[in-house]
Structures are given as structure tokens and as C-alpha cells.
Design a protein around this ligand. Sequence first.
Ligand code: ATP
Ligand code: MG
Length: 247
Amino acid sequence: MIKLIKVTRSFNGQRVLDGVDLEVPKGKITVIMGKSGAGKSVLLKHIAGLIKPDSGQIIIDGFDITQATGRELQEFKKRFGILFQGGALFDSLTVFENVAFPLREKTRLSEEEIRKRVRERLDQVALPPEVEEKFPDELSGGMKKRVALARALIQEPAILLFDEPVTGLDPPMTNTVFHLISKTHEEIGYTGVVVSHDIPEVFQIADQVAMLHRGRIIAVGTPEEIQRFPDPVVQDFIHGEIDYMEA
Ligand SMILES: Nc1ncnc2c1ncn2[C@@H]1O[C@H](COP(=O)(O)OP(=O)(O)OP(=O)(O)O)[C@@H](O)[C@H]1O
Ligand SMILES: [Mg+2]
């Protein structure tokens, strides 16, 4: 469903993506791993059409989004749900309005239907009704993550991108969020791309794992295949035996 072909992108003369080739199968969950600064968030933003590559193609359902006009891209973005690293909630909107936002922007549902759907999603991430009228500043980090997750899931999108959905959460909440990602994946059947540092925990929700290193995908396979992948860079990363930072 999603195919990246020789995607390159530099920032201020520094090449972050240096010919990324990756196929993300439809209806499956692909996990992208790699060191901090490797370009994982940049890669996700390319898939979401938020950043244009310097060269290369990004094909989604047979359509090259790098060639899309502003209007076409706008239409395209309706099919995506994104959970940004850091949550990116609107600070001036309540929890309710944050979660309702994609529905207000992309659908014409009645107020009653919006209320119902927001409540359902907040229930799933274990946030009680009294949280709905709070502002993001009044929430803990983990609660913000869960609100952001509820917002990403609410449109039941065809493609869901998660940038570090569990970073900063405690172990039980990490499990809850991974469970929720799997469960909603079973229900909705979206194509998912998850960036995560929680190795090997994230492998339990992955159909496919890809490793980004020095601007390229150096390994792709099932979690089992990746765990046996012979490249020492991959092995060291999985076993946490290298300097964490790439840049
Ligand atoms: N808009 C931007 N302008 C300039 N440089 C950028 C921009 N976005 C990303 N970069 C650079 O691209 C590189 C990769 O950044 P990116 O955020 O994708 O890393 P990452 O793999 O997601 O790291 P982390 O695991 O810490 O989130 C970094 O060197 C970063 O400074
Ligand atoms: Mg990142």
C-alpha cells in the first residue's frame, strides 16, 4: 500500500534520508526502529505528505504523493491519522475539543454523534468523563499521550502513523497503549507505521520491522527475522549495546 523509492532529504546540507526504500504492506503494522536522530520522524512526515523529499517517490495506493497538487494532498491527508511525537495537542482547546477536532474538520457528523464517538475513544484509553473539560496543561504526560491516541484513532483512518506512542509512559500504560494499538488494528484493519524505541516490547504488535540507519533502511523482516538478522548494527541496536545518539 505504501512504497518509498529512493527517497532522499537533506536539511541545511545534512543528508537525513539517503535513498530510503521501503514497502509498507496494506493492513499490517510496520515498526520503524533506529537511533535518535536517524530520521524516523522525518520519514513518517514524508509518508504523511507533511515534508516533500528532495528526490524519490512515495507511492500510496498507486498514487505518487510527491507529485500531488495542494488540493489532492489535502484530500489525501483525510485518510491519515497521526500521533505525533510529543502529542501535539492544541493547548487552547479542551480534551473534548482536541479529540473531536478531526471529526469537525473532516466530517459533517451531528454534535450528538461527535459526543458519542469522543466518549467511546476516551473510554478506550481509560480517561473518565471529567477529563473532557480539562486543558492539556492540566494533564500528566501519560494522559496527554492517551488523549493524542484517542484523537488519532477517532476517524478510523485507513492509515495510522504513530511517532513514539509510548515514550514516557510507565510499563502498565505502555502495555495498555500497545494493546490498544493491536485491538483497534484488529477492529479497523488500518495500515500502521509505528516508530518506537521500546525494543523488544514493540515487536509484539509488529507484522514487519524495518531499521533506519545512516539514511537508509538496512534491515526489514518479521520480528523473528529481525531478531536473527546477521548485521551487527541491527544486533547491537536490539541489544542496546551502542551509543544511543546518532547525531
Ligand atoms: N524541520 C527540520 N529542519 C531542520 N532539520 C531537521 C528538521 N527535522 C528534522 N531535522 C533533522 O533531521 C535529523 C533527524 O531528525 P528526526 O526527528 O527524524 O530523528 P528521529 O529519528 O525521529 O529521532 P528521535 O528518536 O530522537 O525522535 C536530525 O538531525 C534533525 O535535526
Ligand atoms: Mg523522532
